[in-house]
Design a protein around this ligand. Sequence first.
Ligand SMILES: *[C@@H]1O[C@H](CO)[C@@H](O)[C@H](O)[C@H]1NC(C)=O
Ligand SMILES: *[C@@H]1O[C@H](CO)[C@@H](O)[C@H](O)[C@H]1NC(C)=O
Ligand SMILES: *[C@@H]1O[C@H](CO)[C@@H](O)[C@H](O)[C@H]1NC(C)=O
Ligand SMILES: *[C@@H]1O[C@H](CO)[C@@H](O)[C@H](O)[C@H]1NC(C)=O
Ligand SMILES: CC(=O)N[C@H]1CO[C@H](CO)[C@@H](O)[C@@H]1O
Length: 300
Amino acid sequence: MLCKCWWHLQILLVTSLWVWGNVDAATPTVKVGNISQVEDAAYFRIYYGQTFKVIKNAFDGKSYLLIQLLGLLGGLKGITSDNVASECVMRLYKEGQLQLIKRSDVVDTQQFAAHFIVNTDQPQSCNFATFLSLGEDSPLQRAEWIKYLGVFANLETRANQIYDTIKKNYMCLSKGASTRNAPFKPIVAWMQYNDGIWSFTKEAFKLKYVEDSGGENIDDSINKVTYNISLPDDVEAFHAILCTVDVVIDETYASDPTAYTASTFLQNLSVEDQSCLAFMANQSLWRYDKRVQNSTVLGN
Ligand SMILES: *[C@@H]1O[C@H](CO)[C@@H](O)[C@H](O)[C@H]1NC(C)=O
Ligand SMILES: *[C@@H]1O[C@H](CO)[C@@H](O)[C@H](O)[C@H]1NC(C)=O
Ligand SMILES: *[C@@H]1O[C@H](CO)[C@@H](O)[C@H](O)[C@H]1NC(C)=O
Ligand SMILES: *[C@@H]1O[C@H](CO)[C@@H](O)[C@H](O)[C@H]1NC(C)=O
Ligand SMILES: CC(=O)N[C@H]1CO[C@H](CO)[C@@H](O)[C@@H]1O
């Protein structure tokens, strides 16, 4: 384990008398009450002592020692991007209760007790903690990272409840899908267009979503992932594959999600003959970005 911060070295050497953030050493510590246990996630572990807790993060090899201090993290105070799917977060931001911080602004992040980052290569201060749910392979493993955040905010009980609900729901839906009496499993393709190239996803968690919901991923034997629409051979092969697909999840980035329609998709597909596209005929073309950056869905 390589530690850039003296703070992290302290964790290795002394497992006491150190607190997250800059808190006076005389502040009384509180006994650990509620705990979280990691059930599914592969890349973090939590350990509890009488008055401290340790999170081990397998992505950056670091451990974070937290001495219990009630209310240490007041709550979410800032975000580094306004590209957020949570309507609650967007609302807080629009109401001015959350500040937008420039990623490069190291000085600014020092006012926070903890700053969660996803890029472990960036220069780090000692209040930085790597939050990389994206590195997990399955949807549930990713969701369980709510417990990682819960540990920092002393909200283990709440995090456990949220994760249990998500997991129960997910297992129920996936069980329902597996017992469904359908003559065939629909073939599902996650795909996106960028700079003249269409590509099918290889991301494990997306393929898992398809399996768990009773679908089938496009044939593994199709090992070509990217198709250049300027090359006739590529276009032909790409169209042939699309004729076998029942459901498309279009992940193409759209700067204005509401303006992106099925016809935008079709233009970028550059298919003249749509007759073999079952996913179009069956209205099985999906996107998932309609609520990004939209705080109005909450109403007032
Ligand atoms: C444990 O969780 C319960 C329910 O959220 C809360 O009332 C209690 O204060 C927590 N105890 C500690 C020591 O954090
Ligand atoms: C796609 O093909 C065209 C025509 O050969 C080429 O100019 C372009 O660079 C290719 N695009 C990529 C991303 O390879
Ligand atoms: C999709 O459409 C085709 C005809 O275009 C039809 O035969 C097929 O049953 C449909 N599939 C689903 C899942 O509705
Ligand atoms: C936000 O969501 C509301 C309700 O779903 C919708 O009417 C509105 O067009 C959306 N606005 C944007 C900018 O996406
Ligand atoms: C990602 C991308 O290139 N999208 C294009 C899809 O097609 C529309 C309409 O032709 C273009 O405006 C987009 O730039």
